[in-house]
Design a protein around this ligand. Sequence first.
Ligand SMILES: *[C@@H]1O[C@H](CO)[C@@H](O)[C@H](O)[C@H]1NC(C)=O
Length: 235
Amino acid sequence: MHVSSILSVFGLASLALASPVEVAERQAQKLRIMPLGDSITEITCWRALVWDQLAAAGLADKVQYVGSQNSNPQNCKPATANWDQHHEGHSGWQAVNIANQYLTGWLKSTPADIVMFMLGTNDVNGGRSTDDIIAAFTKMVTIMRAANPKTKIIVDIVIPLPFANSGIQAINARIPEWARGLNTTESPIVIADCYTGFTSSMLRDGVHPNAEGDKVIASRVGPLLLDFVRQSLAQ
Ligand SMILES: *[C@@H]1O[C@H](CO)[C@@H](O)[C@H](O)[C@H]1NC(C)=O
């Protein structure tokens, strides 16, 4: 009786007096989502549109985007003015280099609960083989899980690259079986198909999505992200 009444007093006291440290801890507990990729992640607006989906679902105050970058190079103006502009998109970068040299450090600096990535375009452009690109994807998953065994992963089927589309199609054809092979209950991998129905008229410069293309990517990635966020909040 004494113990429970003491506890209830403490309970009330801690409710009434949330210290700045407690508030900071609560904010630090927001789910951490890393948008990882190349220029198709950095200098585009789909991540802003996905944030709108999080906000519309009432989830925006429970999540944060994370990454070493904090930028809005396309001056995207989504419905949510205060959208989180953090990301790990690096224009021109290849999956192979990200896997071999950078991802370990990035995830150490800004750990993630959910990673969503589109990569491979610059590898194809740089003449990397499909095998090397898929091996880089595998290495990235290994690195994500070493950093956080419960990482939830969204891998994108890559948008078309009209001048080298056979290379993109070759990676895309491998992704479903690759993802199934690495899928686990603890660290699920789901596939966002950003290729089907994505036409070259949705590219602004032959490589990057225009406003229509951004909408398509957001419509394929966003629902999977919302599922993962809801699952994580329920766990
Ligand atoms: C991975 O497993 C989850 C849960 O069973 C499933 O929803 C998802 O579709 C699987 N991913 C792939 C690529 O098969």
